[in-house]
Structures are given as structure tokens and as C-alpha cells.
Design a protein. Sequence first.
Length: 114
Amino acid sequence: MNLKNKYPNLLSKIDEEINEKRFLITVDINYDDEDTDEFDIFNPDEYNYLIYINERVQNVLGEKKMNELISKLESLEIFENFINDEIDLYGVYSTKSEEEIEEEVLKTIEKLLS
């Protein structure tokens, strides 16, 4: 998959060669870590995925557009629940796959930059 063709607005603003989506965003399954006593804001029953926006993308967007991104992601129909703990870290509940979530987030970022 040629990411430059799929996300030209985003990748034209990054100096490095990016061949994989994981260098832009990370979507991971959220699980209950029973080995820790720490309170987890992202309860796996309410937020089954965690999304992290890579620093490269944060630098391209800047703080204003990162805040816009949060608003846009909150309104996506693929997310039943959405919470942001930090400007770059979100908990979501979705019935979609990790790949489908990655695609939606990257499409939303691409639209913000157009």
C-alpha cells in the first residue's frame, strides 16, 4: 500500500519516509492489566481500543488542529464511547477492527489538512 498516495496532505509534511501506518498512529486493544494497582481511566469494558497519535503527526497538526481532531473523532459514528486523556491518547469503544479504526482516524487527519 502506498501511503503517500492515500494520505498526501499528511505525508508531504513529514520529512521521513513512512511505509507503515504504525509510524503515524497506533491502535491497540485495551485490556485489563490485573498486575497493576494503578487506576486505569480507560476501563476495557467501556473503551476496548486505545489510540495514540504519533509525535510526527502531532508536530504536523499542531495544538489547534490536534484539538480539532479530538472534536472530529468524538463525532465519528464508529465510536460508541470516546474519551481523551491527553491530546494524543484516546480511549474508544468500537465494533470495528483495529485496521478500520486506523483508516478512519487517518482519513480524518487527512481531511483536517486539506
